[in-house]
Write a protein that binds this ligand. Structure first.
Ligand code: 5GP
Length: 354
């Protein structure tokens, strides 16, 4: 047994120190980033925010909405090949959509069917998603997918420490997904006691990833996945060195989100559940397997309307952070950052009147 004594931080444990700025207007802030991915060699530009591959956020409707903002949607893995065929027939923006899979045999069979159906060039990103990227089986699957899809940009995880980040990148992944136990629908910390505060995970994994480079393409990248509650958490993730941000809760509860719309006493709600929740397991597999505990929660969210309004608010918040820290571009966020460790991140004095 060993104890690490240095304090690990969540988004809620810090604020960002303001810095002298020459910016005259938020409008001048450039939130797009351009990358050349280390293994796929593909160039990409866009706003590096991704709707998670959950039933509630990774929908076709979300992809149609987010592509207008040059943001990516990771489609959830439960769409059938026929449904994907219909969607891709008129989507046409391979740079802003990801195909997701896990490491079950059925996942690979379906990927082969999707490629055989000629859909492989309709999406430039593949998300290989498991709750625990520390399994040897996961690493073997990374190599299998890289071999099968040499030209796709592979996003894979999840992990939270530098050594596995490096290993995953060296085995052929372009973007490592970082986050264990921090997702809003996640009960992993409660059920297993395992996890890592999200901001520290991002800081440590991005440092490791950015140290791996290919002179002909780019460097290893990370995607902070989960735990962003407020728009400010997206800013904190980018300030901490995240290249991409993935979120489920940001993109749930909207018209474009999945999950049932529920009306109660004249108010509208939308169902929200984790992908390892009993609700998801029952929906997709008929029951919760005996050897597994549910590691996801299920809640109803107040209905939030059109996701485009939220996206505009989110991007406005990021532009505002940029003006406070003097960053002209999203790319400069981490260079312009000094984090302050705080006891209270929010001023809640008026909250009781709302
Ligand atoms: P959020 O942005 O909502 O805080 O977190 C989204 C992330 O939570 C997802 O991208 C995924 O990595 C993780 N996640 C989604 N469903 C579950 C679940 O049922 N259990 C756990 N442990 N994690 C989940």
């Amino acid at each position: 047994m060993r104890i690490e004594n240095d304090i690990k931080l969540d988004f809620a444990d810090v604020l960002i120190r303001p810095k002298r700025s020459t910016l005259t207007s938020r409008k001048n802030v450039d939130l797009e980033r351009g990358f050349t991915f280390i293994h796929s060699g593909r160039d990409w530009t866009g706003i590096p925010i991704v709707a998670a591959n959950m039933d509630t956020s990774g929908t076709f409707e979300m992809a149609h909405a987010l592509v207008r903002h040059k943001m990516i949607t990771a489609l959830h893995k439960h769409y059938s090949v026929a449904e994907l065929k219909t969607f891709f027939a008129d989507f046409g923006h391979a740079d802003y959509v990801a195909y997701s899979l896990g490491i079950r045999d059925e996942d690979f069979e379906k990927l082969n069917d999707v490629l055989d159906a000629g859909l492989g060039d309709q999406f430039n990103f593949i998300v290989l998603d498991v709750p625990n990227a520390y399994l040897e089986r996961f690493i073997l699957n990374v190599e299998k997918i890289r071999f099968l899809c040499p030209k796709h940009t592979i996003i894979a995880g999840n992990c939270v420490t530098n050594e596995i980040t490096e290993e995953i990148l060296l085995r052929g992944v372009d973007i490592v997904k970082v986050g264990i136990g921090s997702g809003s629908a996640c009960t992993t910390r409660r059920m297993t006691g395992v996890g890592y505060p999200q901001l520290s995970a991002v800081i440590e994994c991005s440092d490791a990833a950015h140290g791996i480079s290919n002179p002909n393409t780019g460097v290893g990248l990370v995607m902070s996945d989960g735990g962003a509650v407020y728009p400010s958490d997206a800013a904190k993730a980018f300030c901490g060195g995240a290249d991409f941000l993935m979120s489920g809760q940001f993109f749930s509860g909207f018209e474009q989100s999945g999950g049932e719309l529920i009306e109660k006493d004249g108010l509208k709600f939308k169902q929200y559940y984790g992908m390892s929740s009993s609700a998801a397991m029952k929906k997709h597999y008929g029951s919760v397997a005996k050897h597994r505990a549910s590691e996801g929660r299920e809640v109803t969210l107040p209905f939030r309307g059109d996701v485009n309004d939220f996206v505009n608010e989110l991007l406005g918040s990021l532009r505002s952070t940029a003006t406070y820290i003097g960053a002209l571009k999203l790319k400069e966020f981490s260079k312009r950052t000094t984090f302050l460790r705080v006891n209270n991140q929010l001023n809640l004095s008026m909250e009781r009147y709302e």
